[in-house]
Design a protein around this ligand. Structure first.
Ligand code: SAH
Length: 190
């Protein structure tokens, strides 16, 4: 995936380093190895419908587009969502649907999702997203605040949900109705 197309022109020289980079509006394109680890945990086979919360640059959505059938991605900042759409179009990636809004509310129209990936750190798995997960489905998210988080995998099974904790990571905060209310609560843990 040509990651340099998803970062601002001035940062293209750093596009292939294993590091997050600013993409404007205080947001970042995630660290490539962290993205790889989270996507691997979803165990996609190519047939899935996947919901992503936090489109950002569109980079992870572009990777998902190659790993599953349909991607539904929600971004709260309109300028980022529009820019991501432009880059995805320029790459001929048309199985990604971008919507502007609060992703902690999910995208009810296309539920249930076989997999859900959240690209920003929230206090706990958003209730609405757990409901929009298909039986047997998997959800991966960074649980924590902007100071630090831990990757969590939630699986929906016949009689509920199981959860597994993964490694530490750092993400921008998940801000929304079912998450942090603003940047400072995300920094202070509530
Ligand atoms: N997947 C992106 C990562 C972007 S960083 C990439 O590959 O570049 C996380 C993004 O989540 C930011 O753009 C931020 O604006 C967005 N975000 C935070 N809270 C959100 C919410 N409640 N709904 C949708 N997007 C949200």
């Amino acid at each position: 995936m040509p990651r340099h197309l998803f970062v601002p022109e001035a940062l293209r020289g750093k596009a292939y380093a294993n590091t997050s980079l600013p993409i404007g509006d205080g947001q970042t394109i995630s660290q490539p190895l962290t993205v790889a680890g989270m996507l691997q945990m979803l165990r996609l086979t190519g047939a899935e419908r996947v919901l992503e919360v936090g489109t950002g640059s569109g980079y992870q959505a572009a990777l998902l587009a190659r790993l599953c059938e349909q991607v539904f991605t929600v971004e709260r900042i309109e300028s980022l969502g529009r820019q991501a759409r432009r880059v995805l179009d320029s790459l001929g990636i048309f199985n990604v649907n971008v919507r502007i809004g609060d992703g902690t509310m999910g995208w009810s129209r296309y539920q249930p999702y076989d997999a859900i990936v959240i690209a920003a750190a929230g206090p706990s798995p958003p209730r609405v997203l757990l409901e929009q997960l298909a039986p047997g489905g998997r959800m991966v998210m960074p649980e924590g605040g902007s100071q630090g988080a831990r990757i969590v995998l939630v699986e929906r099974c016949e009689n509920g949900y199981t959860r597994t904790s993964g490694g530490q990571c750092r993400f921008v905060p998940l801000i929304g109705k079912e998450a942090w209310s603003d940047e400072s609560s995300a920094a202070n843990g509530g």
